[in-house]
Design a protein around this ligand. Sequence first.
Ligand SMILES: NC(=O)c1ccc[n+]([C@@H]2O[C@H](COP(=O)([O-])OP(=O)(O)OC[C@H]3O[C@@H](n4cnc5c(N)ncnc54)[C@H](O)[C@@H]3O)[C@@H](O)[C@H]2O)c1
Ligand SMILES: [Zn+2]
Ligand SMILES: [Zn+2]
Length: 361
Amino acid sequence: MSQQVRGVVARGKGQPVSIETIVIPDPGPGEAVVQIQACGVCHTDLHYREGGINDDFPFLLGHEAAGIVESVGPGVTGVAPGDYVILNWRAVCGTCRSCLKGKPQYCFSTFNATQKMTLTDGTVLSPALGIGAFAEKTLVAAGQCTKVDPAAPATAAGLLGCGVMAGIGASINTGGVSRGDSVAVFGCGGVGDAAIAGARLAGAGTIIAVDLDDRKLAWAKDFGATHTCNAGTTDPVEFIKSVTNGNGADVCIEAVGHPAVYKQAFEARDLAGTVVLVGVPRPDMTLELPFIEVFGRGGQLKSSWYGDCLPSRDFPMLISLYLQGRLDLDRFVSETITLDDVEEAFHKMERGEVLRSVVVL
Ligand SMILES: NC(=O)c1ccc[n+]([C@@H]2O[C@H](COP(=O)([O-])OP(=O)(O)OC[C@H]3O[C@@H](n4cnc5c(N)ncnc54)[C@H](O)[C@@H]3O)[C@@H](O)[C@H]2O)c1
Ligand SMILES: [Zn+2]
Ligand SMILES: [Zn+2]
């Protein structure tokens, strides 16, 4: 028996989202139905609504979530009804060429549910990042459910399902930030601030936050930025050099997704340093760099999907640090809202008023 729940759907490019009745099939082999308790509003949801990811409308939005497994399909052994889980968009396959090379964090063939969720008229929904968690319940591949300690509230735990994991991982996993490093983070939304928190966890010495919004810069300090730069009034490249003995930062993290900002990150980097792109560009964007500088500066230009995380390794570890008081996930939660407030939360995000609005169900 399928069931019907409420969910937030983006029907067309740039159109305001609407609340729709979603049909959730019973879980088939390898699948699970999860009762969502909390789901953060990530900029990637807005990218979907803007048509910036692909054109597979209608989308069932939401992908940064935690909840309780309600039921599992045949053959599922990793999770059981009643388990408290964070949903992940990297359910590794174990058999693709990256998994076989021992690098499951780059898995090229991640699992999603095989069956489709639909509207009541049968229209197939595309769940954001294969999750679709701005809904009372959702259908996912069982491997997308990562069990964590239920002592962590869903409002905090769910954030690890996307933006906060992407940011922390951009610093620690992709950027390889280590003790004493200088780190510059461009864009201090949820992802950028998580990169700052990750740099602090990894023992970075100097952490420079760059944004256009002074309010965001003030919040960045709370997460561990030692210096802040408003790129609207101060040249961030010059500023970063000025606080790193004229050298530039060891690791520059771009958390906006804009070629002009990427260029700043490229130029603000020390010789042999690392640039990490975690911001998501629009498909029409192009990047131009002096080729001789790409060669001459050496180092690494890397992209970070989901912070190169391995959910089974990283989620329980970060929840443990949270419960020990060493990683302040609650600080990311600017407000808790309902499913009806997601459209307004997008506008608050655009106006820079929030780090994370979190839907609580
Ligand atoms: N790679 C991944 O796996 C992954 C995961 C989640 C989100 N993302 C992407 O990361 C980006 C950030 O997401 P978010 O949820 O933090 O968004 P957000 O909108 O909350 O934050 C973006 C920040 O960038 C700032 N900004 C905008 N233009 C700027 C500029 N020119 N210079 C400096 N700062 C500028 C804004 O003021 C804002 O504070 C988005 O592109 C999102 O899609 C990537
Ligand atoms: Zn794989
Ligand atoms: Zn996201």
